[in-house]
Design a protein around this ligand. Structure first.
Ligand code: 5AD
Length: 430
């Protein structure tokens, strides 16, 4: 049997696209094996959000032929899109596909087999206008389904390379989303996660439909229990949107609201179109309309010109908003972005110091948030069994472990929370 192995770097959209490609291979008679195993084809879905993404992508592209020197190595995704020549210069790489035409991967492999010449299929993503349809029938994860409903970004934050890697905003058709979710629910999925490169831009290209419209429509689907959305910006949470969303009972009260910096001057240089006051207001409104809401965020430290004082303002702002968890990134200059032409003023050592400080704060707040729920009774959607515990998540995305004599995988169960241990809550069935 023909074998294919995948390795995915980066975001949820990449994970979705890998699964969609895996299904194409399966339907063509391939067996999917682990990346460290012997395979005929290795597909590496790359990432370029920071230079670490590039580096890891290159490492994985070089690893495949050490397992099978006769394999075909395919580089796909964002790093391949923005640096096709760099990727092509790696001897081991045979086929290069960017962020479009991933659904043609099997055709490209056939084409390669005929000539055995390195094949570069990367095209100008900035002129692509259509959303590339790739459907997934069954996910490896049996309880929740990620659904990519949007691609591209037209925000051009000054540090970010992704608009160049993903191209303009493109959205999956409204009716197609509803149909696909209905199908997934019929197949037993209880939770849907709506993802995209900039998911809040959903519908901009379609004209008369928004992400809120999608959520309202999905909220009506019988059998669907939970809806989650990927990362959004504060400007999405206008009071009007918050009120409409708070009437969607299935929408889970966990939001990832990217802040990037808690200093207004830095935000301006980052080309982020909000102030810390506006961010704070969005968070407070969410807290009013969504009981027990958990809000997480992304922060970049060491952006060019971030002085000690600017960093301290970020730190103080984070103490004021007290979010559940911070994902901290050290600024990495990306060639082709506006910020890449700014002089770097923060040393690697200082970036490390600032990052550590924020991670400490994050750990403290995460623990505090978790502990707030001790003695409460919460619903968890059970995903898997590990050792003697069933593990699942609450609507506000707290990880909970519970013992049960019956197999409760895939079920929503009511749990009384007892303690916080090893980064999760432990409870018992009620
Ligand atoms: N350097 C560091 N972090 C970055 N991110 C995006 N671009 C960069 C960069 N050049 C971070 C942002 C974004 C997350 C996905 O990656 O915080 O929200």
């Amino acid at each position: 049997m023909k074998k294919v192995a995948f390795y995915t770097l980066g975001c949820r959209v990449n994970q979705y696209e890998t699964e969609a490609m895996a299904e194409l291979f399966e339907k063509d008679g391939y067996q999917i094996v682990d990346f460290e195993e012997y395979a005929d084809i290795y597909v590496i879905n790359t990432c370029t959000v920071t230079s670490i993404g590039d580096k890891k992508s290159r490492q994985m592209l070089r690893r495949a032929k050490k397992i099978n020197k006769n394999a075909i190595v395919v580089a796909v995704g964002c790093y391949a899109q923005v640096a096709p020549d760099e990727v092509a210069s790696i001897d081991d790489v045979d086929i290069i596909i960017g962020t479009d035409n991933k659904s043609k991967i099997l055709e490209y492999i056939d084409e390669y087999k005929q000539t055995k010449n390195k094949l570069n299929k990367v095209k100008n993503i900035m002129s692509v206008r259509d959303f590339e349809e790739m459907e997934i029938d069954h996910y490896q994860d049996k309880t929740r389904a990620f659904l990519k409903i949007q691609d591209g970004c037209d925000r051009f934050c000054s540090y970010c390379l992704i608009p160049y890697a993903r191209g303009p905003v493109r959205s999956k058709k409204f009716e197609t989303i509803i149909e696909e979710v209905k199908k997934l629910v019929n197949n037993g999925y209880k939770e849907i996660i709506l993802s995209g490169i900039h998911v809040a831009s959903y519908g901009k290209d379609l004209g008369n439909v928004t992400l809120v419209d999608v959520i309202e429509e999905l909220n009506k689907i019988e059998g669907l229990e939970r809806i989650r959305i990927g990362s959004v910006e504060p400007s999405f949470f206008t009071l009007e949107n918050i009120i409409r969303l708070s009437n969607c009972a299935k929408l889970c009260e966990h939001f990832h609201l990217s802040l990037q910096s808690g200093c207004d001057e830095t935000l301006k240089r980052m080309n982020r179109h909000y102030t810390t006051d506006e961010y704070y207001e969005a968070v407070q409104n969410l807290r009013i309309y969504f009981k027990d809401v958990s809000i997480t965020t992304d922060i970049i430290v060491g952006f060019p010109g971030e002085t000690e004082d600017e960093f301290n303002r970020t730190y103080e702002f984070l103490k004021k908003v007290k979010l559940t968890k911070l994902h901290v990134f050290k600024y990495s200059p990306r060639k082709g972005t506006k910020a890449a032409s700014l002089k770097e003023t923060v040393s690697n050592h200082e970036k490390e110091v600032r990052s550590k400080k924020l991670i400490e704060l994050s750990d403290r707040y995460e623990k505090e948030f978790y502990e707030r729920f001790i003695d409460r009774t919460m619903d968890i959607l059970v995903e898997e069994k590990k050792d003697n515990l069933y593990i699942g998540y609450t609507r506000n995305y707290l990880k909970v472990g519970v013992e049960s004599i019956n197999n409760i995988e895939g079920e929503i169960v009511n749990v009384k929370i007892k303690q916080y241990k090893d980064d999760m809550l432990i409870g018992s069935m009620v």
